[in-house]
Ligand binder design. Structure first.
Ligand code: NAD
Length: 425
């Protein structure tokens, strides 16, 4: 008989590990997960912390703190980005690693979850200093990383340039080129076509799937997108191409509004010519402080950062559908209020999993020594996203649960079933 598991009380809603665990606990309880398995799944398999001495350009020696947390390798090699940011801490890395386990399991790709981070400010470092830090971090993690063990990718503060150095450093140690050890690489080093827009594309696919269930017709629907970076801009463009009227977009410079719909391609062209910022964009009405989150539209896509929808503003949200492009945009204490208001939320671990799905395709292509066309990548990732949405939707009906809890149920069940089959000591 399965043990009853109390949801973990949230002491600090801004603590990402607690926020993740509170949802995990509710799903585990609905699933009737045995306490032993619950304990296995809540603890990371491996945590490696290192101190990395790096020579700076002025000749001084600085020591950086780095971490890699492998939350789970039950479904396959672990997968997850490496963050370079002054705010990196082990609690956050642990939460993000677990998040990756659930995300990969929801979209049914054969990966476990991991995350890495180095406490540093790459914006204040030269390219040479960043390169030495990437190489030092990779050298310290040689026993953790591997195309069949643990596969890093970019995250905040890292991108294709850092992945190229990581791949090179790992390859030097092996005495051969191992491009499948890292994803998010530049195209010439084995990166995948379609990776750049993949997360935004997955947001679009899951948004359309949810709209269909809510009987919303895309060509009659209105939408706002918070954040106009990689995820937000691509999601806005692809939704507008499907006929959705994107009335408002925003970035750190403020919000841009047009009641008749913003020309997203025009806004992207402007941003690309303006150091990735919408500042000064004049083909829409500018406001420094309009709050897009409470706009009177059908669909809200938060695609900027975590904890923007909270207990303080959940009451004012008018959208019927929220599609979480960002990671953790809704704080755990706002879940109940949103559910109560009848708003449908496509949760982050489902909505933004298009990126990791195409990372998986990058790894598959590297291992095959072959390159797929952009069309093939898009077709396969659309299918992965659509099938994942349907799986989660059916679980939510079966358990009368929100899509978020249903996504956790799908993920936890898959990892738990696999663990039981594989067995333990
Ligand atoms: P990005 O840096 O490319 O873009 C972030 C955007 O948000 C920028 O336009 C920035 O100006 C804007 N922004 C920041 N603070 C804001 C605020 N207070 N109000 C309005 N806009 C604000 O980042 P990204 O890669 O698009 O990632 C966005 C989110 O999606 C993050 O939570 C990230 O973890 C998540 N995510 C990204 C990917 C990916 O493949 N890039 C995959 C999964 C999840």
């Amino acid at each position: 008989m399965a043990a009853y598991i109390e949801p973990a009380p949230i002491k600090d809603v801004k603590n990402p590990f607690e926020s993740m665990m509170s949802r995990f606990s509710v799903a585990a309880q609905i699933l009737g997960l045995e306490e032993e398995i619950y304990n296995v799944l809540k603890s990371p398999t491996k945590q490696v912390s290192v101190h990395l001495p790096v020579t700076m350009d002025d000749g001084s020696l600085k020591v950086f703190e780095g971490h890699r947390v492998v939350h789970s390798s039950i479904l396959g090699p672990s997968k997850g980005g490496v963050r370079f940011d002054p705010g990196v801490n082990i609690d956050e890395v642990k939460a993000l690693a677990a998040w990756m386990t659930w995300k990969c399991a929801v979209v049914d790709i054969p990966y476990g979850g991991a995350k890495g981070g180095v406490k540093c400010n790459p914006r204040e470092m030269s390219s040479g200093e960043v390169e030495r830090l990437v190489r030092a971090y990779t050298a310290a993690m040689l026993d953790v990383f591997g195309p069949d063990r643990d596969i890093p990718a970019p995250d905040m503060g890292t991108g294709p340039r850092e992945m190229a150095w990581m791949m090179d450093q790992y390859s030097r140690a092996q005495g051969m080129t191992v491009n499948a050890v890292v994803t998010g690489k530049p195209l010439v080093l084995g990166g995948s076509l379609g990776r750049v827009a993949a997360t935004g594309r997955g947001v679009m696919v899951s948004a359309l799937a949810a709209m269909e269930k809510l009987n919303m017709v895309p060509t009659k629907a209105t939408c706002v997108v918070q954040g106009f970076g990689n995820v937000g801009a691509n999601a806005a463009l692809l939704l507008s191409e499907r006929g959705v009227t994107v009335k408002g977009i925003s970035d750190i410079s403020g919000t841009y509004w047009n009641d008749n719909g913003i020309d997203i391609l025009d806004a992207i062209k402007y941003k690309d010519s303006n150091s990735q910022s919408l500042e000064g964009y004049s083909n829409a009405e500018y406001s420094p402080d309009r709050d897009l989150l409470v706009a009177d539209v059908d669909v809200l896509v938060p695609a900027a950062k975590e904890d923007v929808i909270t207990i303080d503003n959940a009451d004012k949200i008018k959208a019927k559908l929220i599609v979480e492009g960002a990671n953790g945009p809704t704080s755990a204490d706002a879940d109940a209020k949103i559910h109560e208001k009848g708003i449908t939320v496509v949760p982050d671990i489902l909505a933004n999993a298009g990126g990791v799905s195409v990372s998986y395709f990058e790894w598959v292509q590297n291992r095959l020594g072959y390159k797929w066309s952009a069309e093939r990548v898009q077709r396969r990732s659309d299918r992965i996203m659509k099938e994942a949405f349907d799986r989660v939707y059916h679980k939510s009906i079966e358990h009368k649960a929100s899509l978020r809890i249903a996504a956790y149920i799908v993920a936890i069940k898959k990892v738990a079933d696999t663990f039981r089959l594989r067995g333990s000591f």
